[in-house]
Design a protein. Structure first.
Length: 408
């Protein structure tokens, strides 16, 4: 096999306790005017006020947009951009969860290139660099601080929409695990399960070849040597500490592991992409109005079991990264144990085990399958091929909670 790798990342990544204090120096290198995108809750905290005061002390003027909503409704981006245009920001700083970071990316896009977000839906639709983005996550899950994608909700579409381009990658990511200490257990669980799903789907993604044009034609290109490295790091960090962080949110070491896991998972899937668990969540989430991370994690064990017949060796490596011992088990037996461990971990942190429990109505199963199979950018990454019949079977198994049926 020819060694192949591809990776797209920010220019600078800063990780560690207290790294948020580097923000003024980082911002000053990019200009003197910063648009900050955050939500109302975080904007009301003492930490946010300290961040703003530090930027001002470094002679960086600040315009705060503190009205970011979950899932970034399309028209809210235009409101933010229109308010920011007279200010003329040199940079956009996203501080908060994934939606705040995605809002920052979208604002940076429209400030630079104009038009409407609809002009950029899909892959490689952005014509050039956007206003520099500094991403400062306060949750550990989406990986948006390092990925080339922003996800928004469009009132004219049933499913959420993605804008994917290397130009959307933040210039700098500043990851300070202290900012996650206040995350409640449920959010810690959902965000962390999202990150683990990113990492496992990136590591078990299809290997799509070594063609020199692959990364020029597709944003997400399947697994490679470098994405695998980051995926396994993420799985190791999350496997050893996600449950600890859920049980005791004040455990600083566990918080650091989980944030590093989310960051590494973003580094992996930002190039490799994800697969069928994400494909199912888009329509299932649209119907159930449940958190993205909860939906993908609900699906992950069923998708892993579906893929086991063609990806047992990769799934076994996931198990080793989670800390399972092979004990003379073959790849398929180790893969089976790995799926059981993922299911155990998710149950321990309160992840919903079935699509029925998630709230998906039985009369929406066919529609969910049809929508999921049509999301080509995700389905083409799945290591085992899907047709509509196979997708319908997978979704039925996840609805019923019948893990064994998902392998058929």
């Amino acid at each position: 096999m020819t060694l192949f790798a591809a990776l797209r990342l920010p220019r600078e990544i800063l990780f560690g306790k207290g790294q948020r204090h580097a923000l003024p120096d980082v911002a000053r290198k990019l200009g003197t005017k910063a648009l900050i995108c955050t939500d109302e809750r975080f904007a009301g905290t003492a930490v946010f006020r300290e961040i703003v005061d530090a930027l001002k002390a470094a002679s960086v003027e600040v315009l705060v947009h503190d009205a970011v909503l979950p899932d970034v409704p399309r028209d809210t981006v235009a409101v933010c951009v229109e308010a920011a245009r007279p200010f003329g920001p040199d940079m956009v700083i996203g501080i908060g969860g994934g939606s705040c970071l995605d809002m920052a990316k979208c604002a940076a896009l429209l400030i630079a290139h104009g038009g409407s977000l609809q002009d950029y839906y899909g892959e490689f639709k952005i014509p050039g660099p956007v206003v520099p983005v500094i991403a400062v996550p306060t949750t550990a899950g989406t990986g948006s601080e390092v990925t080339p994608v922003a996800v928004i909700s469009d009132p004219d579409r049933t499913l959420k929409v993605g804008i994917s381009s290397p130009y959307l990658i933040a210039t700098v990511a500043i990851c300070d695990p202290d900012l996650t200490i206040s995350c409640p257990p449920a959010l810690t669980a959902i965000a962390g399960a999202d990150a683990l799903t990113h990492a496992i789907e990136a590591f078990t993604a299809a290997r799509r070849g070594t063609d020199h044009g692959l990364a020029q034609k597709h944003v997400f290109i399947g697994k490679s040597a470098l994405s695998d490295h980051f995926a396994l790091l993420a799985i190791k960090m999350l496997g050893r500490s996600l449950e600890k962080a859920y049980v005791d949110g004040s455990d600083e070491d566990a918080r650091a592991d989980v944030m590093m896991g989310a960051l590494a998972a973003g580094c992996a899937f930002g190039t490799a992409g994800t697969g069928a668990a994400h494909a199912v969540q888009y329509p299932a989430g649209a119907v159930t109005h449940t958190a993205h991370g909860l939906g993908v994690a609900t699906m992950l064990p069923y998708v892993m079991n579906y893929n086991r017949s063609v990806a047992a060796a990769d799934i076994a490596e996931v198990g080793a990264a989670l800390g399972l011992e092979a004990n003379r088990r073959g790849a398929d037996e180790m893969a089976e144990a790995t799926i059981r461990e993922v299911s155990r971990l998710f149950a321990a942190i309160g992840i919903t085990p079935t699509l029925a429990a998630l709230g998906l109505p039985a009369d929406k199963l066919d529609w969910t399958a049809e929508q999921a199979i049509s999301i080509d950018r995700l389905i083409k990454n799945n290591p085992r091929v899907f047709d509509l019949t196979a997708m319908r079977r997978l979704i039925q198994a996840a609805f019923d909670g019948d893990l064994s049926a998902s392998a058929l």
